[in-house]
Design a protein around this ligand. Structure first.
Ligand code: FES
Ligand SMILES: [Fe+2]
Length: 362
């Protein structure tokens, strides 16, 4: 297994070894070392609005591939559990619906909406039954305003990933942000998931790759803030005050023309706040050279949609996709192993590579 080293001093550091994006063994290792231990995006609490609603889903299909079930029980509480029947392993809930309990259709085992075992036919003679093991396994649920996250191996405190973002934009009426499925998109990208993320983490390419966005963003003022340990922020400042946030006086950004907050949370989530609301981008690994990127929109002010830095997101995505796919072809070359970083423009990418090395070497 290759080991990775990225010097903490950006001025002498080399970019992470290309094995990270091309080696199938490394890709396999990322599954448990990076994706199982970090916090993954589920969606907003609108997935189960009323008591009795159940929402089955697969966490990172074909990668973590974990069948899970989100429910809102009778008391209105949210529950997140394994969607695998504790009898012989059938999938319990097959589609989103509203019901009083959960019934496995293989042999009729019944569970309460909080995952507790309720009853089972033909099990009278079974000794030491039921026990705690017959309840559906519960998962950790981290909730930030309306948004839900889970970790299948929660060894890290979610605060290490989300705290700085939560503080910085906590003044927004996040509870009023509404999911708009018609604005959502999924993109298939022929590149390793990490290449997609590291491209996001530098604004260096904006003047070269995104002419439209460059007309709005003041590249000279574009600043990266590294939140240690596991997130960062790029502050998109505008050339004018048009289509910017109306910031409250206690915001640390008060007085600036903020067109966008681009938060990245390790390993694969981007939270782009615009005056119209939030675009969440989730990068999902598919294979060592492929990923899928989901864009999910949560709207705060419909009148501001498609204005300023938050306009034309599909075009910006296509421009990113094209360049990242080129890079995936480039890093397969025998003649390229490492590059170097711009000290002023690539701190976010350097920070990301450092975290990748930290997690994968464990
Ligand atoms: S697998 Fe669910 S009742 Fe048998
Ligand atoms: Fe880009």
């Amino acid at each position: 297994m290759p080991r990775f080293f990225v010097d903490p001093d950006i001025s002498v550091a080399k970019t992470i070894d290309t094995d990270f994006y091309t080696n199938a063994q490394v890709f396999e290792q990322c599954r448990e070392k990076i994706f199982a231990t970090s916090w993954q995006f589920i969606g907003s609490d609108e997935l189960v609005k009323e008591a009795g609603e159940v929402y089955p889903f697969t966490l990172l299909p074909d990668y973590l591939d974990e069948p899970l079930l989100l429910t809102r029980d009778k008391t209105g509480e949210l529950n997140l559990m394994s969607n695998v029947c504790t009898h012989r392993g059938n999938i319990v809930a097959e589609k989103a619906c509203k019901q009083a309990n959960l019934k496995c259709r293989y042999h009729g085992r019944l569970f309460n909406l909080d995952g507790k075992f309720a009853s089972m036919p033909e099990f009278k003679e079974v000794k030491h039954f039921p026990s705690k093991d017959d309840d559906l396994s519960k998962l950790s649920l981290f909730k930030w305003s309306r948004w839900l996250f889970t970790s299948v191996n929660p060894i890290y405190d979610p605060g290490l990933f989300f705290k700085d973002m939560m503080e910085r934009v906590g003044w927004m009426p996040l509870g009023d942000f509404k999911f708009h499925p018609e604005l959502c998109r999924t993109f298939h990208v022929k590149a390793n998931w990490a290449l997609y993320c590291e491209n996001y983490l530098e604004g260096f390419h904006i003047p070269f790759v995104h002419a439209g966005l460059n007309a709005v963003i003041d590249f000279g003022e574009y600043a990266t803030e590294l939140y240690f340990p596991y997130s960062s922020l790029q502050l998109g400042l505008s050339k004018t005050s048009k289509d910017c946030f109306d910031l409250p006086i206690d915001s640390p950004d008060y007085g600036k023309n903020v067109a966008a907050y681009y938060f990245w949370v390790f390993p694969n989530m981007m939270f782009n706040f615009y005056p119209w609301g939030l675009s969440v981008n989730v990068v999902e690994p598919v294979s060592v050279g492929e990923c899928q990127v989901r864009f999910l929109s949560y709207v705060w002010d419909e009148n501001k949609l498609d204005k300023g830095a938050g306009a034309g997101l599909d075009k910006v995505e296509q421009e990113d996709e094209e360049i990242v796919e080129n890079v995936q072809r480039g890093i397969r070359s025998r003649f390229y192993k490492h590059g170097r970083y711009s000290v002023t423009r690539e701190q976010g990418t350097h920070h990301f590579h450092r975290i990748l090395a930290e997690f994968i070497n464990k």
